[in-house]
Design a protein around this ligand. Structure first.
Ligand SMILES: N[C@@H](CCC(=O)N[C@@H](CS)C(=O)NCC(=O)O)C(=O)O
Length: 309
């Protein structure tokens, strides 16, 4: 079976979500460290434009977005499951809330000037990072610090209510919602410890975080970005799933299309629409370094547009 290659960087919260899922499922994986800001030539050779972190590579197949990566890892290693049969819908909805509403409140609180001042090695690195992220947020409403802090405190209390009932958010075992709720809090606690005091009011949440962290990161082996691009060029994309085409846009398969995130980092990937199933899109594109690759996106959170042929 082809290797799982995670393109990520150590301080990325969404990457920590996936590293822990790899640990929970006890998977072996290869680690490619990518730059946290643009330019990202090796990333774009594989994704065709998408620049967010993390993404997963399996040979010549590229999976964008941590929600899609969770589905791919579940398919690869169904046990233990991320989607318990008795509350699949609740788990996905709670995960989506955590990856968006909770994430942005946690970031706005944690990266207020006092936190941001401790995060970077020098003023030039800080300035480059802040400018990169400001451009990514161009179409978003920025939460103000006071509002973000109040919201984050409430969300922590709500999470505490859940983990006071059972060891994980929805029961005795972690599900996709636990991984999604963990990573923004991990960023506050582990990456910007000067801001971690907000967690002290909810010791149940801290204990749950310790249980989550104990899942580990699976078995990781370092891999070079250039080797990952070369591997894609030598590989043939996997056969497409036999799930039916679900047309919501009036865009036929085979059309030239672009796919971009709805918000935060709108760099599009362009290619030929090969599949649009109930939950996922697949594009085919050819890159001069990576060869022909299939780039996959979730439907939720992404905008599909037809391009002129
Ligand atoms: N919806 C995406 C969000 C990913 C995301 O926003 N990642 C952050 C890092 S944790 C990012 O891309 N930052 C800019 C970058 O790394 O270039 C997912 O679930 O993967």
């Amino acid at each position: 079976m082809s290797d799982l290659i995670l393109h990520h960087y150590p301080t990325s919260p969404f990457s920590e979500k996936i590293r822990l899922v790899l640990g929970y499922k006890q998977l072996a994986w290869k680690s490619v460290i990518i730059p946290p800001i643009l330019p990202k030539p090796d990333v774009v050779a594989l994704t065709g434009g998408y620049r967010k972190t993390p993404f997963l590579q399996i040979g010549a197949d590229i999976y964008c977005d941590s929600a899609l990566i969770c589905d791919v890892l579940e398919h690869r290693q169904p046990a233990p499951t991320l989607y318990p049969a008795h509350n699949k819908g609740t788990a996905r909805v709670l995960a989506q809330w955590a990856d968006t509403t909770l994430f942005w409140a946690a970031m706005a609180y944690t990266l207020q000037p006092k936190g941001a001042a401790t995060m970077f090695e020098g003023p030039d690195v800080a300035k480059a990072f802040m400018e990169d992220r400001k451009a990514m947020r161009a179409n978003m409403t920025q939460l103000r610090t006071g509002d973000a802090t109040a919201a984050y405190r409430s969300y922590l209390r709500r999470l505490a209510n859940m983990v006071e009932e059972h060891p994980f958010l929805l029961g005795d075992a972690p599900c996709v919602a636990d991984f999604a709720a963990f990573h923004p809090l991990w960023f506050s606690r582990m990456r910007v410890p000067v801001m971690a005091g907000i967690l002290d009011a909810t010791p149940g949440v801290l204990a749950w975080m310790d249980r989550m962290a104990a899942l580990g990161h699976g078995t990781m082996q370092k891999f070079a970005a250039a080797d990952a691009v070369a591997l894609a060029a030598q590989s043939t994309p996997l056969p497409l799933s036999d799930e039916p085409f679900q047309d919501e846009h009036g865009i036929p398969l085979g059309s030239r299309v672009s796919i971009a995130a709805e918000s935060f980092g709108l760099e599009p990937t362009e290619g030929e629409l090969l599949a649009a199933t109930r939950m996922h899109y697949t594009l085919r594109r050819t890159d001069e370094r990576a060869g022909t690759v299939h780039v996959h996106f979730p439907r939720i959170g992404y905008v599909l547009r037809k391009l002129e042929p």
